[in-house]
Design a binder for this molecule. Sequence first.
Ligand code: BGC
Length: 396
Amino acid sequence: MKKQFPENFLWGVAYSSHQVEGNNVNNDWWEWEKKGKTKEKSGWACDSWNRYLIDHKLVEDLGCNSFRISLEWSRIEPQEDEFSEEALEHYKKVLIDLEKRGIKRVVTLFHWTLPIWFAEKYGWHHPQSSEIFERYCKKVIDFLGSEIDMFLTINEPRLILNRGYLKGDFPPGKYNPFLFFEARKNLVEGHKKCFDVVKKKKPNLPVGITQFCSDFRWRSKSRFFKRITERVEDFYNWNFFNKLDGKFDFVGINYYSGYRFGMKPPFIEIFKPNNITTEMGWGIHPDGLQEIIKNAWRRYGKPIYILENGIADGEDAYRTKFIESHVKAIQNAIGEGADVRGYFYWSLLDNFEWCEGFSKKFGLCEVDFETMERKPRRSYYAYQDIIKKNKIKNNK
Ligand code: BGC
């Protein structure tokens, strides 16, 4: 097996608009927070709307050749069909600055937050939602398309659908399987329409989605249960990709941990092979990532990017090992033939972790939310070392 990663491998970090920008007063999550549905409100978040240059410097010093960010739809289209030049200009500056630093720009069009007008009048369960999303996409590609290196339409449709339409702890807070299927259909349509928009206007810009993928295992070795587990995996990890009629240039994977099923209580549990529990209550299970990559490669044969992988660990006790072991899993998968082209750690900064507020610390950099000072943790330097050498330490 090769010691080093491929020469053009993308080493990156990621964050999303609502989790870091601050004062996104015009979206559905802001409203959700006002209703007391989250442990804390996003408020100023990390103030990255104003402090993005500081963030970019941290990404540059880390040695990353890529950065994944998202655009805030509610800033770009604050009222229906009225676009804000100011917001678009802002993002243009952000993207041009990254370019100047030699950092590739991986941009997500929709990372969970919807303008209030869209959420109130439409929502993803509305039959016109995909057309409205397409109009937003057109504007973005016309204005910013030349400043984007890789384009993601939707972040994690699985979570948008499950938590927004079945569990109800994300907006729009529904518990309705009928609307779940309507919303899924429209998200699929929305993606496909945006894919066509990009292919028409910027044919060389790679387009895809990124999905929240979990490793699923059954406690028993029986073939029957293996089959059931495969069906579950198929539904949660791959079902959305399968509906896109091949309209994706790469497979985006966000990976955190896995589940284990059994016939006895608790029936479903989070898999914790080494008994470590992270602040999110998740386990550390790098083998699961290797499995998922293998499956993605077997199914689609397209380039794979790990667009999120991270751990909430305010003490920074496990983060370095976490990154090393997951990077190793990727290397193993590459050794087995999979075409993996990038790894993005989630996240550059501690940030607004949705329902959990600010309590879960995913950052390579700690943020003091009073002063907004960013301070690299030890794991920041460990990741820097991996990037610099293009390999994991002691991986002779
Ligand atoms: C989401 C991020 C989130 C992270 C950690 C992913 O599901 O895309 O926005 O912060 O997981 O929970």
